[in-house]
Design a protein around this ligand. Structure first.
Ligand code: 5RP
Length: 227
């Protein structure tokens, strides 16, 4: 089955879990896109919710679709956040940030009663680390920050735009994509080492945050992992 259809199925199923009165966190990415489209539809039919967003992109999609939005600066707790992932293992540890929104996504997930993860089956892995690990870094002194990351034994590349300029996150920062030589035995240790480098704002490792997970399988089945 077509991957886009798998993403759409997972996104639309997650929308069924949204209830009247909820404050909903919007993740970012092509899978979340389908979730937001379904939410727009449900809101037009009378669903009464408010959303906060992890990116300008998701915010604009929701706002254009007429979903009431709230400013995250006025919020301390979100009822449910729906987000995608670049990789997820059987302990629900994830790599996120392929879409560049990792820092805001982690703030939303961490402020939510539940983070629901929606993926197609290509994202499910035995061990994390095949895909790049995005690390959001402060532009100030970025060369020194990268040097420190490299001294720790990590190698990677600055994320760039199609025009060859540094990619800038919604927070005005850069992303350094770490390319691992081997699959990760202990991603928690990797995270701990990276997060202590001054200038590193966040890594794309997400631990102990995912609740229910919806996996669109190529057989057409939608697999659900419970909280
Ligand atoms: C954005 C993310 C996305 O959730 C992740 O990249 C998955 O995206 P997609 O659903 O497009 O595959 O972390 O920062």
């Amino acid at each position: 089955m077509d991957k886009e259809l798998l993403k759409k199925r997972a996104g639309e199923k997650a929308a069924e879990w949204i209830e009247d009165g909820m404050l909903v966190g919007l993740g970012t990415g092509s899978t979340v896109y389908y979730f937001i489209e379904k939410l727009i539809h449900l809101c037009k039919e009378g669903l009464n919710i408010t959303v906060v967003s992890s990116s300008i992109r998701s915010f604009e999609q929701a706002q254009k679709g007429g979903i009431p939005t709230a400013n995250m600066n006025t919020v301390t707790q979100i009822d449910i956040t729906i987000d995608g992932a670049d990789e997820i293992d059987c302990q629900k540890r994830m790599i996120k940030g392929g879409g560049g929104a990792l820092l805001r996504e982690k703030i939303l997930a961490n402020s939510s009663k539940e983070m629901v993860v929606i993926v197609d089956e290509s994202k499910v892995v035995e061990k994390l680390g095949k895909r790049a690990l995005p690390v959001e870094i402060l532009p100030f002194g970025y060369s020194a920050t990268i040097e420190k990351i490299q001294v720790l034994g990590f190698r990677g590349e600055m994320r760039t735009t199609n025009e060859g300029k540094f990619y800038i996150t919604d927070n005005g920062n850069y992303i350094y994509d770490i390319l691992f030589q081997e699959l990760r035995e202990s991603p928690e240790e990797d995270h701990d080492r990276l997060i202590h480098v001054p200038g590193v704002l966040e890594t794309g490792f997400f631990f102990n945050l995912a609740g229910r997970v919806l996996i669109g399988e190529s057989s057409g089945n939608l697999k659900q992992l419970d909280k």
